[in-house]
Design a protein around this ligand. Structure first.
Ligand SMILES: NC(=O)c1ccc[n+]([C@@H]2O[C@H](COP(=O)([O-])OP(=O)(O)OC[C@H]3O[C@@H](n4cnc5c(N)ncnc54)[C@H](OP(=O)(O)O)[C@@H]3O)[C@@H](O)[C@H]2O)c1
Length: 310
């Protein structure tokens, strides 16, 4: 009950702050930024003066179209934007992306935003994992691990805290993960089509992501001179292309109405993504979940909102 009350209050009554933090001279990478929340976050960060914004996308032509769109709306110089290939279903692509990250002069922030949501079971052939687990959890963490050395190097060089942000979801609070009751490794049972609960799977993938963010943060403590703040951010429910499945006629009538009433636009939701990597991000965000641009006090959905990080 507490979860739904908090969610309603967040969606209907909470205003996310319009980003005004300067990213002047900074280099920021955003995955899955050809559309939706990633595209809008990139637009804000370009507008806020970043020196370089890299759109990491799985289809280069879509990334180039997004870059043109950002240039048109912000009037930024073309050279600010770069489009790099990245397919989170393909380990070779992930490795090549990681190698290319090391060629950057600096990396101030990375937003691991790319993700999927579907009701259909799909096995990723290369990893042998179900696609939500492969993309939203495992590959997301791999991207983070590959970015960490460059983020640490930049923090050390510039004497500032760099930021590694993962786009999670508040739905992780209500993941049931009944598959975990089966014997065997969690990855094996989650990849077994016969027992997969696809209506819970997206939530489970974001729960695994959240645990991974906590672990990454614990292994990378702050105050070491090369500090990277690692966080897990939700934009709230937004009207994007995330759910791309075919839906029946009844749902096709009801769903748009619910979206209209409750969902944020991707521009509004993207403010949370920008907030999660802003240069002044407080160290309290390290290893934590941020909702409505605030650190959630503990791992449950508490009744009271946390103190603002601003
Ligand atoms: N929308 C919401 O209500 C909501 C709420 C909470 C959290 N989120 C999270 O926000 C993030 C962005 O979602 P969105 O709402 O903006 O959805 P979206 O419009 O569907 O954008 C998803 C992005 O991820 C990319 N992507 C998907 N699979 C990929 C892969 N295997 N390799 C590389 N890129 C891949 C997509 O690329 P293509 O265009 O090429 O497919 C697209 O750029 C996701 O992590 C999502 O879970 C969304």
């Amino acid at each position: 009950m507490g979860f739904f009350f908090t969610l309603l209050r967040s969606q209907l009554f909470t205003k996310l702050p319009y980003p005004t933090w300067s990213f002047e001279g900074q280099t920021v990478v955003i995955t899955g930024s050809n559309t939706g929340l990633g595209l809008e976050a990139a637009r804000h960060i370009v507008r806020l003066g970043a020196g370089k914004v890299i759109l990491a996308v799985r289809t280069i032509s879509k990334g180039e179209k997004a870059a043109e769109n950002i240039i048109e709306s912000t009037h930024a110089t073309k050279s600010v934007l770069e489009v790099w290939p990245l397919d989170l279903s393909d380990y070779e692509s992930i490795k090549a992306f990681g190698t290319r990250l090391q060629t950057l002069d600096r990396l101030d922030a990375l937003i691991q935003n790319a993700g999927v949501l579907t009701d259909h079971y799909k096995l990723e052939k290369e990893s042998g994992l179900e696609s939500h687990i492969a993309i939203n959890s495992v590959s997301a963490v791999l991207i983070g691990l590959l970015a960490l050395p460059k983020l640490k190097e930049t923090a050390h060089k510039t004497g500032t805290r760099t930021r590694l942000s993962f786009v999670g979801s508040d739905l992780h609070f209500i993941a049931a993960c009944k598959e975990a009751e089966h014997d065997g490794s969690l990855f094996d049972v989650l990849s077994d089509e016969k027992i997969a609960n696809m209506s819970d799977r997206y939530r489970v993938s974001k729960l695994l992501l959240h645990y991974s963010v906590q672990e990454l943060a614990a292994r990378s403590p702050l105050d070491s001179g090369d500090d990277v703040i690692i966080d897990d951010v939700t934009p709230g429910a937004c009207d994007s292309d995330l759910f791309r499945d075919e839906i029946g006629w009844l749902r096709s009538i009801i769903q748009p109405m619910i979206v209209k009433i409750f969902a944020r636009t991707t521009e509004v939701g993207s403010r949370a993504l920008v907030h999660g990597v802003r240069p002044q991000l407080e160290p309290e965000a390290h290893g934590r979940f941020l909702m409505d641009c605030k650190v959630v006090p503990d791992q449950r959905m508490g009744p009271e909102p946390a103190e603002t990080v601003d």
